[in-house]
Design a protein around this ligand. Structure first.
Ligand SMILES: C[S@@+](CC[C@H](N)C(=O)[O-])C[C@H]1O[C@@H](n2cnc3c(N)ncnc32)[C@H](O)[C@@H]1O
Length: 250
């Protein structure tokens, strides 16, 4: 397995085609509401793992200063080209112990704390905690284990309606659930062949409390079914697939 820096620099040129766009897909536009709730023109914000800066059009106008951090220089270069004058960018491996970061009022982190080496997730959560001022808020988007299971169940339902029994569904439909039980229990599900940490709601409560945060809310960022199932039928409606949107206070 490549390290994260090589992996993300390699993806950078085709990032917009390959990587799921949370902001565009956020079906009920919940993210902008949370940004507004915590915004302030005298407040500073950090986007942990900002990628090519998709959060900036939403955040830059709402805060005095935004710092975007990412491991990939290729993505940071694209982020810079967005041209926001109150956004600064810095390359950093956010899984490193004891990172020295400026203190911010607000932290945002969207689909980054999902490393298959689970220790790295804890390390990164600690770095987010350390970088927040007391009373500050962190907004974290995380893959949902429950959503992955539910989407697979709905796929079985779709086949059933077409007269195909669960046993007869092509095996590759469920390739993202690898056979290793220990991996499954720990929420390791494959997205585009990359093992990706997924979270249950209860686990979120445990790990963020252990990191020192108060969990203020665990909300859903819901997406259309076509993000999970190719050509979903008309009758497939809510509940929709989702990522967790976690609101935390220091
Ligand atoms: C799925 S993308 C999400 C990007 C952005 N937050 C968004 O929602 O559009 C994951 C991002 O995490 C960054 N990343 C991965 N490992 C990292 C690490 N160890 N330190 C800092 N950034 C990392 C990648 O370069 C990539 O930009």
């Amino acid at each position: 397995m490549m390290n994260e820096k090589e992996h993300w620099n390699k993806i950078a040129p085709s990032y917009n085609d390959e990587i799921f766009d949370v902001f565009l897909s956020d079906k009920f536009k919940r993210l902008p509401k949370y940004f507004k709730k915590h915004a302030g023109l005298n407040k500073t914000a950090i986007d942990f793992g900002c990628g090519n800066g998709k959060s900036f059009p939403f955040m830059a106008n709402l805060f005095k200063q935004v710092l975007g951090l990412d491991i990939s220089k290729g993505l940071l270069k694209q982020a810079e080209q967005r041209g926001f004058t109150n956004v600064t960018l810095k390359q950093a491996d956010l899984t490193k112990k004891k990172l020295v970061l400026p203190k911010a009022d607000f932290a945002f982190c969207c689909n980054v704390i999902m490393f298959p080496v689970l220790e790295k997730n804890h390390q990164m959560i600690d770095n987010v905690y350390q970088s927040l001022k007391p009373g500050g808020t962190a907004l974290i988007v995380l893959p949902s284990l429950d959503s992955a299971m539910f989407s697979a169940l709905r796929l079985i339902d779709v086949y059933k309606k077409e007269g195909i029994k669960p046993m007869d569904i092509p095996k590759n439909e469920f390739d993202y659930f690898k056979a290793n039980k220990r991996d499954l229990i720990q929420g390791l599900i494959h997205i585009d062949r990359v093992p990706t940490k997924h979270y249950s709601e209860s686990e979120i409560k445990v790990i963020f409390k252990e990191a020192g945060f108060t969990v203020a809310a665990i909300d859903k960022l819901e997406y259309d079914w076509d993000t999970e199932i190719a050509s979903p039928p008309e009758w497939l409606k809510d509940p929709y697939p989702w990522d967790w949107l976690v609101e935390l206070r220091k």
